[in-house]
Design a protein around this ligand. Structure first.
Ligand code: P5A
Length: 430
């Protein structure tokens, strides 16, 4: 992408409306813009990160045997009357269509998926099943704030699992639990799991996944030993669970927030939440399956959410410095930023054009800063945006057909040929 053909409205000063660093940097880097409280446009750079985050989630969900579908944002209120949830309290946004029918902009999709299930699945033989989507939700939050962290319209990954028995359900739950660690790790985030309140979703088993960050909305207490267990290459769900029970015996943070020597007090950002609610929706909505004894019974259900748009904020909280965002490569809007420091100089322009064309042919994400701004401003922009490597082109480099490659994270500089750059940054070698 060329900067001259995009919409990247950089802001030099700190915007007054933003009180936390991720919100400030995403506004300054021209990634998002607010239209109304908690309602944002994703500008081209923000959208690219959102898509990369969503693709990591897809890859890991698919690998775990889940299957993607897409349900509507607008839902008939009748489904919510049937489930007995009767709307989603004061957070529900309602609309009335031309036939005077009330619709809800979905705050979550338990009812819609249960409706799909009951129409098509009748037997235990079709189970276990895990269906998920990545879809916009609307919750009329009392206090939308912190940019994408607590929006009213936000993107969620919501998976729904269906099982014939408690045992089958537990296998699904543990698989999602382990998959969540892989997902968050792939975006450079360390998460700690917590037993949680099930709130408006309901049910009696749930875990939240919290990213540790000073600006988090939740006060959290965690056992130091959990840090090691949750950072391991292979997540051992049973070991984590055992450690939790041991910690709980000594001290239950939910009841008595006294800090023990082996307990860390911190703040967290809830980026995911998994639930088991058995037949809470399937019983009233009559989503029945024939079990192995030929008896009809309500299917056992769980739901597994990830705050996809919230993750952008969480990643920036975890990856920034005084100059701006430092995206992990896996979610960076572009892998490379091409900086022509003498735009208008024929040799610089020609060399940049050649590099840009070659990188695009090789499918390497590159943002070409091709405007006539001065070099200093271009560097500052690339650093603010957080592109992991800059390719710097001066008249001397153009004459030598060389490229100065600068790493955003370390500041290390290296001279490379175009062939070497292509080889180094091919997706397969990153
Ligand atoms: C699980 C999937 C659910 O809605 N139903 C379907 C269940 N769970 S949840 O915990 O209420 O939401 C899942 C995740 O969505 C993110 N989230 C938000 N992100 C941005 N702005 C909001 N207002 C918001 N509300 C929830 C969180 O990451 C949460 O874990």
């Amino acid at each position: 992408m060329r900067v001259s053909q995009s919409l990247i409205p950089i802001i030099k000063e700190n915007p007054a409306e933003a009180s936390i660093v991720s919100h400030r940097l995403m506004l300054r880097a021209g990634m998002i813009r607010q239209h109304s409280a908690g309602i944002y446009s994703m500008l081209p750079l923000g959208l690219r990160v959102l898509n990369k985050v969503a693709d990591i989630i897809r890859r890991e969900m698919n690998a775990a045997g889940a299957c993607e579908l897409l349900m509507p944002t607008m839902q008939p209120i009748e489904l919510w009357e049937e489930s007995g949830r009767g709307g989603y309290g004061t957070e529900t946004l309602k609309a009335v269509d031309r036939h005077e029918r009330t619709m809800i902009y979905g705050p979550t999709h338990e009812e819609v998926i249960t409706d799909l299930f009951r129409r098509h699945i009748k037997s235990y033989k079709s189970l276990p099943l895990n269906l998920y989507q990545i879809q916009w939700k609307f919750r009329d939050e009392i206090r939308p704030r912190f940019g994408l962290m607590r929006g009213r319209e936000f993107l969620m990954k919501d998976a729904y699992t269906f099982a014939e028995s408690e045992e089958q359900h537990q296998v699904q739950y543990d698989r999602m639990y382990a998959t969540y660690f892989r997902i968050f790790r792939a975006m450079g985030l360390k998460v700690i799991p917590f037993k949680a309140d099930t709130g408006l979703i309901g049910g009696d088993q749930s875990h939240e996944f919290q990213v540790v960050a000073e600006t988090g909305e939740s006060a959290i207490f965690y056992d130091r030993a959990l840090e090691a267990l949750t950072s391991a290459d292979e997540i051992d769900v049973a070991a984590i669970r055992a450690r939790y029970s041991a910690a709980d015996e000594k001290h239950d943070p939910a009841i008595c927030p006294v800090v023990h020597e082996d307990l860390v007090q911190a703040r967290g950002i809830e980026v995911g939440h998994i639930f088991y609610f058995d037949d809470k929706y399937s019983a009233p909505m009559k989503a029945l399956i024939k079990n192995r004894d030929g008896v009809d019974m309500p299917v056992k259900m769980g739901a597994h959410g990830i705050g996809v748009s919230r993750l952008l904020g969480a990643i920036v909280e975890a990856h920034h410095d005084e100059k701006g965002i430092v995206w992990p490569v896996s979610v960076a809007p572009f892998t490379l930023g091409l900086v022509n420091i003498r735009q208008g100089d024929a040799s610089c322009d020609a060399w940049c054009d050649e590099i840009y064309a070659r990188l695009n042919r090789a499918n390497i994400d590159v943002l070409y800063h091709d405007t006539d701004e001065r070099a200093g401003a271009k560097f500052a922009t690339m650093e603010l945006i957080g592109v992991p490597w800059q390719l710097i082109i001066s008249p001397t480099h153009a004459a030598d057909k060389m490229i100065e490659v600068k790493c955003r994270r370390t500041g290390a500089v290296e001279m490379m040929s175009l062939d070497a750059v292509v080889e180094r940054f091919l997706v397969s070698s990153l």
